[in-house]
Each structure stands twice: as C-alpha cells, then as structure tokens.
Design a protein around this ligand. Structure first.
Ligand SMILES: [Ca+2]
Ligand SMILES: [Ca+2]
Ligand SMILES: [Ca+2]
Ligand SMILES: [Ca+2]
Length: 460
C-alpha cells in the first residue's frame, strides 16, 4: 500500500502542501456536490472505484447498531488487543521504548453505547472519575459510568436550547483544568431566546457530583447568529488554560456578510477567553488584537467558515482545526502550540487551498493554508477528531483521526520524521459521524449523530 506523502513548501513551517493529492483530486473530480454543503443538505457521496487513497485491505467495516431499541444499552466488550505490559528493565535508568509507528492504522468501530436521542459530543471531566459525558443535541448531558448511561441526566437545559436546525442544539461542553476545585463547566448551544444565537455559559455542580445545577447557568457570551447554519460548536480548554471557542461565519452560503475576514465581529473566528478569572470572561493580554481600535480582542484567529470540531494534541499542544467547506473542499489546519495567534485561515478569500472570492487571482500571501484537504468527490462536511495519545495502541501515538459527516469515511494523518504529512483513508463506516471523542486516558470514540457511540479500536 502506498502512503500519500505531502511535500512541504519549505520555510513556512505548518503551511504544508497537499499538492500531490490536490492535483489528482482535480483530475478525478467529476462533479462537486450542488448547493451549500452545510448540514442542512447532507448528501451521501459514493466512493469512486478509482479511489485516490488506497483502502487497506484489512479494513473492517463498522456495523451500525440496530435502531430498534429505544432504551439505553451499554455494550460491555473487551478489546481483542491486550494492554501492553511493562517489563522491568535491569538498567538503573530504564528508558521506555516507543514502538515504531504503524501507519496507516487498521481500525474498527465497536458499538459502546446506544442512546435514544441524537448526540453531538462526548468528553471527560479530567477528574480521574472515569466518567464520560454524552451530549444530546436537544440540550441534555448524560453520564456514562461503568459502561452504562445513568438514568438521571447530568444536565437538562432543553428549555433553553434551540435544536430545530440541523446545525443547532447543545453542541459541546468543556471542563476546565481546575474542575475538581471549581466544580464548574462550560457549554456551547444555540438558544431559543435569541432565535438561534450562540451562547457560551457556565454551570455549577449540585451537591451530587453526578448532577449539575440546571438553574446555575450564567451566560458569559452571546454571539448574534444571522442564519440557522454555521454556528461553529466546539469549545475546548487549551494547554494554556484558556477557553477556545470556534465560531462559524454566521451561515447561508458564500459568507454573504464577509464575517470571517472582518476583525470587528466574532463570527468566522477562533476566540480565546479567560473564563477562570472573571465573572463572565476576561481577554488574555496576549491575544493578538487587543487594544486595536475597532477590533474584537477576543479573536485569536480568523478566516474560518465553520470549524465544527477542533482539538488540541494533549502531548504537543498543537491545535487541529477542521473547517467545513462549501461546495468543493474540506480542510484541516494545524496551529502550532507556539503560535502567537492572529492567523488568517483563508475563508472566504480561499476554500481550502483554492481561490474562492475572487475565484481567480486571490491573495494567498497572508493566509495559513491547510495541511490537508479533500474534495467533494470524497465527502461533503468534515468532522475533525483527535491526535491519539492513548495507552492501548502505542504504535498509533501521534496519529490524527478525522472523518466526513456525510458518508462516514475516516482518515488518519501523521507527520513523518521528514516533516511531510502522511494521510490515508482507512475506513468506510457508513454512519453520520457527528464527532470524535477522547476519554481521560486518551482512547478514542466515534459518535453517530443518531445516538450510537463507538469505540475506535485496532482491527482484529
Ligand atoms: Ca448561524
Ligand atoms: Ca463573501
Ligand atoms: Ca481555510
Ligand atoms: Ca470576501
């Protein structure tokens, strides 16, 4: 099997090309999906037999779980791969040996939990409790503990959350680094009161650590939404302890208000907020646009269309941003941990590595181009995942997983020692992948919007 090697462009660090793939994809591009590629119109793309990236022959296809059971069912299964054992070394200063990376990884999806409602996100609290927190689109959070879903919701704010639109709802939650002390967490939803405006709010635990106080909600930030789509949705704490918020360009198509490149509005941005040292939030003094007339100091980076999912590599602190494209290109950009912010990720001057507005002769000079992209012959809406840093599969260490929402294809990406990026299509799952998730130990999960959580395992 041949890996697709993306050469670097030299000297520009993270601006690493996917030229080889791009050229091939252009040649193979038969027809782009019609219309705006937002989640209102998911199309199921069919894999071309002349696939650009070879599918590993050993790839297992995930079997969608039966939808007949409306009850919460936990599937307790053990991985076929035993946990690695650590052998004592005779030397006084043992050096842990890192196995050679295996790429592309052969994966399978194993049903883990079947929930009765649509789900958007799953995360952990970083509190050594082993609990997972499953987010329902309608506005609930449920705890998964000991392989089962607890009956009483952790949080139920369905009366506040507007979830009618396909991109609306309770879209993610985040636990701060000091959660065990502060006993607060954060949510990102589209609201009923403001007709779908984005709300970032803080909630407190009740005296029961398995139930949040649903009346404790404290709105930190509201972002006016001019259309039902492109609401971003992800919040994550960075390694710096600040809360990062991905916002979409507001919606419709072609960024009609040119929000993404406008530094005086919060739409189409990556925001960076200090939520631990203020009643609502404070702006970190190190944000790139502080104290500049007319510019919003909350902005960390801009030029994003709809960064539905982004994540931090827990080992390096690098940020992986998966930005949903319009009619042609889905893309992944990587922001190094040492970044000072201020990056322009292209939209809507560019879609992926290609001119968008204007269609020809656009100015690429100040844009941060994606590390990888794929065309709409291979999907229609990217769902970013995580860099694997778990214990179960050391050979996957450093590999980033991502997928397409519309057709369930999963890819893996990792940086070669040479600096080039390897990128491979690895599984056709056939599910609507709303999100990936990472548990406290770094093992990964895949969420079908319809309610099934899968564990991402090595193919047996
Ligand atoms: Ca919107
Ligand atoms: Ca525009
Ligand atoms: Ca871009
Ligand atoms: Ca424009």
């Amino acid at each position: 099997m041949n890996s697709t090697v993306f050469g670097t462009t030299g000297g520009t660090g993270r601006q690493i090309m996917a030229q080889a793939l791009t050229a091939i994809v252009i040649m193979l591009l038969l027809a782009a999906c019609g219309g705006d590629s937002n989640r209102d119109t998911p199309t199921t793309a069919v894999a071309s037999p002349s696939e650009v990236i070879a599918q590993p022959s050993s790839t297992a296809v995930a079997t969608p779980s039966p939808e007949s059971s409306p009850t919460l069912v936990a599937t307790e299964t053990q991985s076929s791969t035993p946990l690695p054992t650590v052998a004592p070394l005779p030397t006084p200063e043992p050096v842990p040996t890192q196995p050679a990376p295996v790429f592309p990884p052969a994966i399978s999806l194993e049903p883990f939990i079947v929930a009765p409602n649509q789900i958007t996100y799953l995360t952990h609290a970083g509190d050594d409790s082993g609990r997972l927190f499953l987010v329902e689109k309608a506005g609930r959070v449920r705890i998964i503990g000991d392989g089962r879903v607890l009956e009483t919701p952790y949080l139920d704010i369905t009366d506040l959350v507007a979830s009618g639109g396909s991109e609306q709802g309770l879209l993610s939650i985040a636990f701060p680094p000091d959660f065990t002390v502060s006993r607060v967490f954060y949510v990102n939803y589209t609201d009923r009161a403001g007709d779908g405006d984005t709300v970032i709010a803080r909630y407190h635990l009740s005296s029961d650590s398995n139930i949040a106080d649903a009346m404790s909600g404290q709105i930190l930030l509201t972002v006016d939404q001019p259309a039902a789509n492109h609401n971003g949705g992800q919040i994550q704490f960075g390694p710096d302890g600040y809360l990062y918020v991905g916002t979409g360009d507001g919606g419709r198509a072609n960024d009609p208000w040119d929000n993404a490149e406008n530094l005086s509005v919060l739409l189409g941005k990556m925001l960076r907020l200090d939520v631990e040292n203020a009643e609502t939030y404070a702006v970190p003094a190190s944000n790139p646009f502080v104290q500049q007339d007319g510019l919003r100091p909350e902005i960390w980076a801009y030029g994003l269309r709809n960064p539905w999912r982004f994540s931090f590599d827990r080992a390096t602190g690098d940020m992986y941003i998966a930005d949903v494209g319009q009619n042609r290109w889905e893309e992944i950009s990587i922001q190094p941990a040492a970044s000072a912010g201020g990056e322009h990720y292209g939209w809507d001057t560019m879609e992926g590595r290609h001119c968008f507005e204007p269609a020809n002769g656009c100015n690429r000079s100040d844009k941060e181009l994606p590390v990888a992209e794929y065309g709409h012959d291979q999907g229609c809406s990217i769902t970013g995942g995580y860099v694997y840093r778990g214990q179960q599969y050391p050979a996957w260490d450093g590999t980033y997983f991502y997928a397409d929402y519309c057709n369930g294809r999963i890819w893996a990406m990792r940086q070669h020692d040479s600096g080039d990026w390897l990128n491979e299509f690895i599984l056709d799952s056939g599910i609507n992948i709303a999100s990936f998730a990472e548990d406290e130990s770094g093992e990964l999960y895949v969420l079908d919007l319809g309610g099934t959580v899968y564990r991402l395992l090595a193919s047996p």
